[in-house]
Design a protein around this ligand. Sequence first.
Ligand SMILES: [Ca+2]
Length: 337
Amino acid sequence: MRLRISGLRTMAHPRETLVLNRPPCKENLTECNVLHTVAETMKVLFAAAVTALAASGCTGASPQPGAQPGHEPGEVFRDCATCPEMVVVPSGTVLLGTPMPQVPPGVGRGEETQRRAVIDAAFAVGVYEVTFAEWDACVEAGGCGGYSPGDQGWGRGTRPVINVNFRDARAYVRWLSGKTGHEYRLPTDAEWEYVARAGTRTLRFWGDEETEQCRHANGYDTTGYAAKPHPFSPPVGCEDGYAWTAPVGSFVPNPFGLHDVLGNVKEWNNDCWRHPVKPANIIDLLGWFCITGRVTRGGHWGAFPGTLRSAWRGAPSGGTRNSAIGFRVVRTLEPTS
Ligand SMILES: [Ca+2]
């Protein structure tokens, strides 16, 4: 049985539907088995697509500028030489959130209420977080309000852009849309978790264990602890080699081919944060001024390991600019004729 919650609709893009997961999945084995099969099939298809693209030399930094997507899942393209590299992800269904016993204390923020989202159309998502080079191209072209964010002395180029707030990120996607003629935007809360999970149902796309983090994500590791010891938050017990941000693509991608969905920098979503079952607590004026904050996802280079999970979400003020938050773009795919 699916129960539609009308209060969730403002968090969803028109092409997605959010539903609560009632009864619990373990009591609805037929539906769960179907979802599991879809997820496993997706992973197999993507693995085959990535392997084929790698064999043809079409992955990495060499997609053809101006290539038009054929809406085939796994296709990698870039709309211009300085535009973000994108990958097409299929339509599908995702179970958002984390069962309460698995949520680390103090970091749930409503994720314990699991709900299902239906993404009913394929779309494209950035393979990487938006980089300083891509941001600087926007500024050089007269976009992004002429704002040049600081890099903390860590370097620009292929490092993820930081010190950008929600409105800065929105300015970038507006510029990118105007430049390319395609609809670029920030992901919705549901779209983000859909692409971060990439068919997986574990806490992280690589599994449940924190100990595997250092192969897959730049978080608060022993390198970060050596550079900036935190008296109350121990690092994850491994070494990823980066105390601050890392160049994008330095870690193993998820099954959709996305790098750094967990760690490196938190990523702005387009939604105001709202509790899944307490929408009355939210004041969202014209989609810009969110009393409860804008959703950020994925954890960051200095974050407690419990926040580097697919379901974790933060809710800073949309005006926040700091060294822990960047963003990733998505692109709507026009229907093929
Ligand atoms: Ca690190």
